[in-house]
Design a protein around this ligand. Sequence first.
Ligand code: PHE
Ligand code: ZN
Length: 879
Amino acid sequence: MREGQSAVIYRADYQPPPFWIDTVELCFDLDPAKTRVLNRMKLRRNPDVPQQPLKLDGDELNLARVMVNGQGTSFRMEGSRLVLENLPEGYEPFELEIFTTCSPAKNTKLMGLYVSNDSFFTQCEAEGFRRITYFLDRPDVMASYTVTLRADKQKYPVLLSNGNLVDHGDLDEGRHYARWVDPFRKPCYLFALVAGQLVAREQKIATRNGKEHLLQVYVRPGDLDKTEHAMNSLMASVAWDEARFGLALDLERFMIVATSDFNMGAMENKGLNIFNTKYVLANQATATDTDFSNIESVVGHEYFHNWTGNRITCRDWFQLSLKEGLTVFRDQEFSQDLAGEASARAVKRIEDVRVLRTAQFPEDAGPMAHPVRPDQYLEINNFYTVTIYEKGAEVVRMMQTLVGREGFARGMTLYFQRHDGQAVTCEDFAQAIADANPQSRLHELLPQFKRWYSQAGTPRVKAGAHWDAVTGQYELSLSQSCPPSPGQPAKEPFVIPIAWGLIGPDGREVASGMHVLTQASETLTIPGAPAGAVPSLLRGFSAPVILDFDYTDEQLLALLEHDTDPFNRWEAGQRLAVNRALAAIHGSGEIVLDNAFIGAMRSILRHRTLDAAFKELVLTLPAETYIAEQLDVVDPQRVHAVRESMREQMATALQDDWAWAYEHHKDNGAYRPDPVSSGRRALAGLALTHLCIAARSSGDGVWPGKAYQRFKDASNMTDRFNALSALVVSGQDLARSALDKFHCMFKDEPLVLDKWFSLQAGAPDRGGNILPAVRQLMQHPDFNIRNPNRARSLIFSYCSANPGAFHRADAAGYVFWSDRVMELDAINPQVASRLARALDRWRKLAEPMRGAAREAIARVAGKPDLSNDVREVVTRALA
Ligand code: PHE
Ligand code: ZN
């Protein structure tokens, strides 16, 4: 280990803290260049652990003074930690006062206290508080906070922190102050402050018990007209958590603040959530339906953390999924409940599974694979992953499946009875859900079930069917396995709930049930099955596994037509498409879509009763990354070419049907982002894209003309952007002028400009044109690599979301990638290390890409002074 490099942290090494911090009084003199922080704490020794020195975490702080019980004291530094040895003996509380300064204006990592658009913000999760003051920066140390903010009144009229405003007033020299007291003890990662020129949309609400609460959404003055949807989402979240789980808002005041410089989506600081503007600001002119629905779920997510995360928090960061998996599950359920009807719920479920399978499955099969509860990390910021979040949510969902919806709500109640106010583990949660349901399969299988927390990798379930003509018995053989993952060569069987059904030859369901697979292999016997029945397995995606069943085309076509489970109906269509893509990729690379497939897609598109949103999902081909995951050796350009060819054929063969779909779904009256009308817009958008693609092959100008017109006339961003994207994706000449117009229309809307960058960087490659375009866009006056949203919109859209353009045989994409990873690492290691993961799956690449990718990774790994963040990702990639 080199000097200054830190070491791997192991879950097994957990020790309770040697000191408790009961109260924290923070006083800030806010100044961008030099902010002064006075931190007065009451501490006492933890009687349960052997006496040892106090070692406080710190990072990039300037230490001015340390006092114990009002007296100067000796101290020493151990790396960046402040060590105090001569503390009072015994277990009586003592006072520790620390005075430091920091430089928010220079903070480009966006961790700790930083400046964005002349306002101050903080981000403390996971380990940002130590960049504000010396502290025991770990989630199991929970304290009561009193915070005083002092700043120039004109520049920073609004001064916010957690909890309740207890005092405020003017000071000398045009300064003012505000004092906040948080009534709840909290870990320091939930601390927040905000200061700046902000305005708020306000809403008073009453919770069930009759208590009044004030909800506020703070934004920059020009953005107030984009806050209505966030506020509505917040009110819906408050109502939902009370109705579904009996969890009421526990604060008099709940605030959301938006900032355009933010590493992640949003942060659940107690009573003072800080959000990326992307997940707050929306009106119909600037935000798409997807933006509206993301805002709803992120606002819900952060609000739900108030109970799952804040009232009960994590004992250590290995338990991150305790709060994240559970809270993602809760926000998914929230969005489903708001969507209403069963078909709209299914659409949301399909979307969630799509994320899991295109992002988490590859992670689970790659060098960064880790269990939902990891055993080790070098940099905790690298573990805010789709595994912790989305797979973690699937684990919680399986628990609900095993105990039932009501049983799960009972389990949540017991969880809060046992652990409110504590910092606990994933095991504590699972135990509470099981104990509240002593008769359940979860209770019976709990030790085995917990392997979902400890074993990484995506299990595979292989199913085979046998029908006995004499007895009418349908036998399903089920066997499970799980490939090795880093540090875990062999896996034990999982508990896998498999929801199943059997569809008769007439299309009617003959039986259905839930089988809980626990052994390596088992047989499920279904009596009284007719000849030609088709199994529908893993309905609703009842477990996060890969299901192998050797379906014939006829069986898949039957499921697509008749399955009563909408998820598997969609899945049948995906399997038909994937099978065709794989055959072409393994074969000549040429593909001719058969009439059966085209006909089935036509029947769905023209179906009389199916929702538009569902049709859009069925008619969207599986993503290139999803297809790539099914291959042992991947040539991304070949995958891209095959998928493009499939799309062209669907465009041409279904041209009349797309025209019909467009005409029948394009008008939706006054804009509302509800599931029905957004589903209609999505289908109209997909139709328009296909019509422009078909026009490109035929050279016809009618549809591009219509798309251009639509682009200009649209009354909302969804329709406008879909039309623009149809032109860009299909490579129409009109795309250029539409893009220019779009930029001109929205030059003052940063979130819309992000879309503009991202659309160009993610466009289909035509003769290698995307990389030069991306390089040129990096010179655009609106590009700024320091702003994470902007960096993501251009660089990530190219490197992580455009495999056909990124994986070039000449390696230029990889060279670009390595340059950007290193450039970003000097600015913001968290953003850099996300980008570093674009090459996670390099080992699967075909030559010459494979060798070139390895070289590019090695180039990054060889750079001196890499952050822990990037170093961990690249060393694991090369291991
Ligand atoms: N805890 C945040 C969430 O999931 C995510 C986050 C992590 C934000 C780290 C910032 C920093 O809601
Ligand atoms: Zn979260």
